[in-house]
Design a protein around this ligand. Structure first.
Ligand code: C5P
Length: 397
């Protein structure tokens, strides 16, 4: 069932780490590949030698191991797996994850990864029940992190209650469930992304600024939840994610056609920054620059793909999500846009130059739905994507 799947396994520093050796053995028994990462505290409970012997792979321990950095950087390591598993997830590791620390190899990998994360908490019952841990837990869930356990029972510290790490067999089951069928399994979701280029002549074009980073992250997050994703992208700066059907287009007209071909879908997310206008008459040859004579470009309005799909009646996806990139009155404009376009949700963001959002790695968005406006904190675009994907999964359930 897990044959060929790669698990990046982060072993935290708790007494339950001894059970992680059994977890590795079970995973290997199912022919999964295990890349082990041992924290400094984890190495107090299990030795690198026993971990690597069972995993059949070298243990990664040090962020600043330059030899390994030359072979495989930590970013690549964090993204090379099908699933990241943290077992045991100690209170300290969970707090660092919730806060976004990157103070050692394990936390850096967890911050850098764009792969789904499953954690198996293990700690003293009081530590587990502490409001700080419960708060961290909620934050992590909000970030799309999945939890297995902890179980209730006798603890190594002599107390009784919730805090025991889930048993290795249960963790393997949770891993299999995450990898087999996510909450969006069987759902077809269409995502548009990137800019469109509207040619003026063979060398010039009209476009909106867009790196495609947010749309790409959304497609990746939806696929990670098991969705069957059709990713329709204009000429973006970032490469499309793996595991999705990619349709490349240049112009808005081509994007509309690709969207119509890709329908029907259960949901559609329109993250593309479609150019509003195109030049009516195509110039076959490059327009020559002539001193004192400016070319006159006659513009025509491009089709509004989002509005078209949102208002199509029969065959309309059950959930239609648009984006609103604004530089002022973000929420008012987005709220009006949701009604005007007829979509269900609008993901609104302020893309004024001062925010650094355009082309950057972070985003601060507001989710405008029929129920009202949710302000999401500023976070990595991958996290915005995961949270949105999670919301989609809940809405389509
Ligand atoms: O009208 P505005 O461009 O601000 O709306 C943004 C939303 O509409 C985005 O979701 C974008 O993908 C979508 N859109 C579209 N087709 C257009 C223009 C925008 O699908 N021609």
């Amino acid at each position: 069932m897990l044959a060929g799947k790669r698990i990046l396994l982060v072993i935290g520093g708790g007494i339950a780490a001894y059970k992680t050796l059994e977890l590795i053995r079970l995973l290997r028994g199912q022919r999964a590949e295990v890349s082990p990462v041992l924290t400094r505290a984890g190495a107090q409970f299990v030795t690198p030698l026993s971990v690597s012997a069972l995993a059949g792979e070298a243990v990664h321990e040090d962020l600043f191991d330059l030899t390994k950095e030359a072979e495989m950087g930590h970013i690549q390591l964090s993204r090379s797996a099908d699933l990241v598993v943290v077992a045991p997830a100690t209170a300290d590791l969970m707090a660092k994850m919730a806060q976004g620390h990157a103070s050692d190899l394990a936390t850096t990998l967890l911050l850098a990864t764009d792969t789904p994360v499953l954690i198996a908490p293990a700690m003293n019952v009081r530590m587990w029940q502490h409001p700080a841990t419960q708060r961290n837990c909620e934050w992590l869930k909000g970030d799309g992190v999945a939890l297995i356990g902890p179980n209730a029972g006798d603890m190594a510290c002599g107390e009784h209650g919730p805090g025991r790490m889930a048993e290795p067999e249960e963790i393997v089951e949770a891993i299999a469930a995450r990898l087999a069928a996510g909450p969006l399994a069987g759902k077809r979701v269409l995502v548009t992304s990137g800019p469109t280029h509207e040619p003026i002549d063979p060398v010039r074009y009209i476009a909106n600024r867009s790196s495609g980073a947010q749309g790409t992250a959304i497609a990746r997050a939806l696929a990670a939840l098991g969705a069957d994703v059709v990713f329709i992208t204009g000429p973006a700066d970032v490469p499309p994610p793996g595991g999705v059907e990619v349709v490349r287009v240049q112009t808005a007209a081509q994007m509309l056609e690709a969207v119509q071909t890709a329908l029907p879908a259960d949901a559609a997310v329109f993250a593309a920054a479609v150019a509003d206008w195109r030049v009516t008459t195509q110039n076959e040859a490059k327009i020559k620059k002539q001193a004192g004579a400016l070319p006159v470009l006659e513009l025509a309005e491009n089709p509004d793909i989002l509005a078209h799909v949102a208002q199509m009646g029969e065959g309309r996806p059950g959930l239609v999500v648009g984006f609103a990139a604004e530089t002022c009155d973000v929420i008012d404009n987005a709220t009006a846009k949701r009604v005007r376009k007829g979509c269900d949700w609008i993901v609104a963001n302020d893309v004024g130059p001062a925010t650094g959002i355009m082309g950057g790695t972070e985003n601060a968005v507001h989710l405008v739905t029929g129920e009202g406006v949710e302000d999401w904190p500023r976070m990595d675009k991958a996290l915005v994507a995961r949270r949105l994907a999670q919301r989609l999964a809940e809405a389509l359930a």
